[in-house]
Design a protein around this ligand. Structure first.
Ligand code: HEM
Length: 145
């Protein structure tokens, strides 16, 4: 009798462990975790915005922008989008870029500035691709608005 109970408990434990494993695995392997969490995202965003500031092709767009606010919004957006514990409270991408007349070339330049920042912090190719995969689909709401 004791052994049957014990066996049942063991089976239950096994079923629970196997059942929960994908969730634990997913949380530990979110892009947010793989990027190194909020501090790492902050560092990349600071470098990214600095690169944009030095980029003659597109820095004129940011002449009147509050860069501290922009950085905070980008950190929250990337943190939230990559599965981190943040909430993005900024404007939606269509509204934020409305009337700017951002072109394909501008968008490409900004992505180059981001990749430069990711390279500087030695973010691996897989994580770079995943991050660009997250931001890329926003292009339609940003270019030509
Ligand atoms: C995937 C690409 C991009 C993402 C994820 C992105 C994200 C953002 C975010 C989160 C904000 C802040 C919104 C807010 O304050 O409510 C913002 C603002 C801004 N973005 Fe972008 N952006 C992208 C591409 C671009 C490009 C290509 C340009 C121009 C070359 C640009 C120019 C600006 C400017 C000038 C602002 C500040 C607007 C202001 O000062 O009110 N963005 N963007």
């Amino acid at each position: 009798m004791y052994n049957v109970k014990r066996f049942k408990s063991l089976v239950l434990l096994l079923v629970l462990s196997v059942g929960m494993a994908p969730y634990a695995f997913a949380a530990a392997n979110s892009l947010y975790e793989r990027l190194g969490g909020k501090q790492a995202i902050r560092a990349v965003v600071a470098q990214f915005v600095s690169n944009v500031g030095g980029d003659q092709r597109i820095n004129h767009y940011f002449a009147k922008t509050n860069l501290t606010h922009l950085k905070a919004m980008l950190v929250d957006q990337i943190c939230a989008g990559s599965g981190g514990p943040c909430k993005y409270k900024g404007r939606d991408m269509k509204t934020a870029h409305k009337g700017m007349g951002i072109s394909d070339a501008d968008f490409k330049a900004l992505v180059e500035d981001l990749v430069k920042a990711l390279d500087k912090f030695k973010v691996a190719k897989k994580e770079q691709d995943d991050l660009l995969g997250l931001l890329g689909p926003m292009k339609g709401d940003i270019v030509g608005q």
